[in-house]
Design a protein around this ligand. Sequence first.
Ligand SMILES: [Zn+2]
Length: 379
Amino acid sequence: MNILIASEKYKELRYPKNHPLRVPRVSLMLNYIKALGFDPNYIEGRNATIEELLLFHTKDYIDALIEADTNMKSSNYIREKYSIGTIENPISAGMWKGSLLATGSSVQAAEYYIKNHITSKEFVSFNPAGGMHHAMKSRANGFCFLNDPVVAIKYLLNNGFKKIIYIDLDAHHPDGVQEAFYDSKDVFLLSLHQSPEYAFPFKVGYQNELGTGEGFGYNMNIPLPQDINDSEFVYALEKAMEIAVDKFAPEVFVVQMGVDALKEDYLSKFNLSNNIYIKAIDVIKSYTKKFILLGGGGYNPISLARAWSLIWLYLEGIKPEEITITKEAKELLKSIDYEDFDELMEDDIYDTILDKPREGSIRIKEYLEKIFSLHKFII
Ligand SMILES: [Zn+2]
């Protein structure tokens, strides 16, 4: 049985005005699923413990977050040393309390995996609030304060799992996760993302970052050019998975499905529809019937609510064509105060859950071959 780990508490744990993460996300997804006539039937998320955070983060960084949360401001020292309280990583209820809940929920997803992976044939444990993949060991980065994917993976490693593949489909390269496991042969990182040539995190995410020491060969970055279509994204994922899974033979799959790669997201330069997530689930399920799924980026609440709801309902066995857009569902999305990026959205966005596919020719075959050739003879 799948589990969804979520909470209505995120409503009160937003980032401040003018920040891309100010928008409703998890609570909107839950309400959208309900408005479509389905029961999201989720398990309430819990806070991470300090001990769990210490699996990755340093004590002084955690103390700095707690201090900034208590004072609702950061000293110059904390801002400079830990990037807490900057424009990118502002102080709000979302900073510590929201991150603590999102991280605890990713640990819950891992706990569920540990308890059920032998006895259950097929399940996904999904924490849409997770996937905060930019946070560093002792520094906030890219809107992220606590790196829940790293904490959850370390939790799995501590519980005896040895070969974990982390697959990241967010529009942005997971620099925090890469740094955490760059020298590890226990975790294979596979990421498809906007090239750092034109997108955050700018400095890392290139194809020649292959890992170091024991971890050499266990890091596969696929930076993609602007404007790629659905066919290209899915092709790249299929080919990359073939190589990565064949080489690494993973025991556990942890997937980050940030939905900011969609065309409707203003942080995306791709031309992708939400059909890619259905296809991505099919690709992953062709390798494993059990995995941990985390959210991630997604800054257009309309396309985010549609995509995550679509993903969850699809995992629950409900096909997109079986979903009827009710009046309530349409009104819910229309009621979201979000007109900044209207021009990116198709007119029928409120009347459908599945976008029209944005398919096309695969122009990146040669480019991908060059990337894959870097991986052919290692590990
Ligand atoms: Zn992102």
